[in-house]
Design a protein around this ligand. Structure first.
Ligand SMILES: Cc1ncc(COP(=O)(O)O)c(C=O)c1O
Length: 377
């Protein structure tokens, strides 16, 4: 199967290690195993359990405990609706490989995580792109979606909260998308790996799984729970879809690792503490970012409502990749160029890392903008 290179992942693989001020990171600053076990307060027992753990494949589908904790993140749903996968990336991949055949029509928003348009395309689907624009607050234009959808539409892929913009679709917005999908009996895949860090109100927003019988949600330990190193993600779907997905899962997963499953179970048990820590950090850093945007006349954005990233539009005559590379090489500040997300003229800023790195990185970007102004760009 031929597939287009994954822009963001290629960029991260190539350059992230050079970062001094990492504004490319999308995970709320990752925690250590010690921090996790300290939240739980029974570190010695947990470590003893790991010491004694026999390294079999463990529970093939994931332990009941982990699947129960995952199901608990949704209003509806039970263990039988949960598929444990290799990160959110494995979860999304499984959904597409189980449901999409050559000739199917798939609608995907853009910008989004590239999996959602490049995998169905590689599987031989006809992919239609629904652009998310700054003018629309990076929310889908529902009239346009209505025009695009047809009886041939097999799946509509959305990303809520959105990477890179931090835009958030609320319950009533999702219900409108579900009504369009229902008309054509289409699935909705909602990549919800950033769900759980709404900046205001309830930390967890509405999930498509709870709102639509053909709604499929994917989630992960990586971003809002600060545990990317566990490589645990999941799918929430109807039992019929779970059955289809498990046929594919048997070919590429077996199980997701006993230690990872065990620690993810502890983390979800302790989720309130982790989310409290992350929300505090994110709100502080989002405030710093907002002040910075206000102070830069040639920069604009839509204030993120959730998640860990913002999409910054700049008004300088320089390609995003050149700008990002110069920022990295000359100042040590690492950002993701819009080009890597198929959107020229933007930079993606991840603001959920160290507060000092965010402050210093933004200061360096400002200094660099002054140089661009001197160059007449
Ligand atoms: C929207 C989105 N989905 C999925 C992933 C995959 O993350 P993971 O496999 O660590 O859960 C990412 C990572 O950047 C993402 O931004």
């Amino acid at each position: 199967m031929k597939i287009k290179a994954f822009g963001v992942e290629e960029w991260m693989n190539e350059y992230e290690e050079e970062a001094v001020y990492n504004l490319g990171e999308t995970c709320a600053k990752s925690i250590t195993v010690k921090e996790l076990l300290d939240y739980q307060g029974r570190g010695k027992e947990a470590l003893e359990e790991i010491y004694q753990m026999q390294m079999t494949y463990g529970a093939i589908k994931g332990t009941d405990k982990l699947r129960r904790e995952v199901a608990g993140l949704y209003r509806t749903g039970e263990i039988s609706n949960v598929v444990i996968a290799h990160g959110g990336i494995g979860a999304n991949h499984l959904v597409f490989s189980a449901l999409i055949d050559p000739g199917d029509e798939v609608i995907s928003v853009m910008p989004t995580y590239q999996q959602h348009y490049s995998i169905p395309e590689a599987l031989g689907a006809e992919v239609k792109i629904l652009p998310l624009t700054m003018e629309n607050g990076f929310l889908p234009d529902l009239e346009e979606l209505e025009k695009m959808a047809s009886n041939r539409t097999k799946l509509i892929a959305i990303n809520n909260p959105n990477n890179p913009s931090g835009a958030l679709m609320d319950k009533s917005f999702l219900e409108k998308i579900a009504a369009i999908a229902k008309k054509y009996d289409a699935y909705i895949l909602s990549d919800e790996v950033y769900r759980g860090l709404n900046h205001q109100g309830e930390a967890f927003g509405a999930s498509i799984f709870d709102l639509y019988d053909k709604g499929i949600s994917t989630g992960s330990m990586s971003k809002v729970f600060s545990l990317a190193g566990l490589r645990i993600g999941w799918i929430m779907a109807s039992t019929e879809v779970v059955k289809e997905i498990n046929i594919h899962r048997d070919y590429n997963t077996i199980s997701c690792g006993r230690i990872d499953d065990f620690l993810a179970g502890i983390a979800l048990e302790q989720k309130d503490k982790i989310l409290k820590r992350n929300r505090r950090m994110i709100l502080e850093n989002a405030g710093i970012l907002e002040e910075w945007v206000k102070s830069e006349p040639r920069v604009s954005y839509i204030k993120p409502m959730a998640g860990t990233t913002a999409f910054i539009k700049y008004d300088y005559q320089i390609k995003s990749e050149d700008l990002a590379l110069r920022l990295l090489r000359d100042t040590g500040t690492f950002v993701v160029p819009g080009k890597a997300l198929d959107q020229e003229g933007y930079l993606r800023i991840g603001y959920a890392n160290d507060t000092e790195a965010v402050k210093e990185g933004l200061k360096k970007i400002s200094e660099y903008f002054r140089i661009l102004e001197e160059e007449g760009k």
